[in-house]
Design a protein around this ligand. Structure first.
Ligand code: SF4
Ligand code: SF4
Length: 196
């Protein structure tokens, strides 16, 4: 059974993501040159797509992924002096798959990473200009609690447990906000090798 080209199962995936609100105003993102651009083709910051997220894009899109059958990071494309996500339109600054963008992109500028002891933590990325301006706002703490509850919810936790590569390595320009005990318990403390 399909609805607007997607199966009911696939639509449920986007329903699961719906509680996550966008904290950065779109007007700021449209004037910013941080997201969706990367310094090199092998950047570990390239977004990771789960298997279901790749399937949802359709068979022709699997060419953009290293391992579409299991979920993987997207293959970045050379653009100017660096690289971009193939779904980024540098002319308009828009994501061409905005409604279907992956969880990894949806949570940004929050970030999932491991602290030096291997515990999964929720952080905020100071590479984002919005975070540079608002990291200490009381609202940021409230937003972080909402994002943590979302990520540790019954609907999202199994996705993270199946795709531990969604949890990145420690980055010292990401401010740690809180530990995520339920996710740590689900994925363990040791980081799997970073997959392409
Ligand atoms: S870095 Fe922040 S402000 Fe810039 S595009 Fe990304 S989320 Fe928007
Ligand atoms: S999927 Fe969209 S939001 Fe994510 S990196 Fe690519 S262009 Fe940016």
């Amino acid at each position: 059974m399909t609805h607007l080209g997607y199966s009911v199962k696939e639509d449920l995936l986007i329903e699961k993501y719906r509680p996550l609100k966008q904290i950065v105003p779109s007007s700021l993102c449209l004037t910013c040159d941080v997201c969706c651009r990367f310094p090199e083709e092998t950047s570990f910051l390239a977004p990771f797509f789960t298997r279901d997220e790749i399937e949802r894009l359709g068979p022709a899109e699997s060419r953009f992924f290293h391992s579409p059958a299991t979920g993987s990071k997207i293959k970045l494309q050379h653009h100017g002096e660096g690289c971009i996500c193939p779904y980024f339109d540098p002319k308009t600054q828009y994501c061409k798959i905005y409604g279907e963008r992956p969880l990894d992109c949806r949570i940004y500028p929050f970030a999932l990473m491991r602290d030096p002891a291997g515990v999964v933590v929720l952080g905020i990325d100071t590479k984002c200009p919005y975070i540079q301006m608002h990291a200490t706002d009381p609202q940021m703490k409230r937003d972080a609690e909402e994002v943590a509850a979302f990520l540790e919810s019954e609907s999202i936790l199994p996705i993270l447990a199946t795709h531990p590569a969604l949890i990145g390595p420690y980055q010292d320009d990401v401010i740690t906000l809180r530990l995520l005990e339920r996710i740590t318990e689900a994925v363990g403390r040791s980081h799997p090798p970073i997959q392409p």
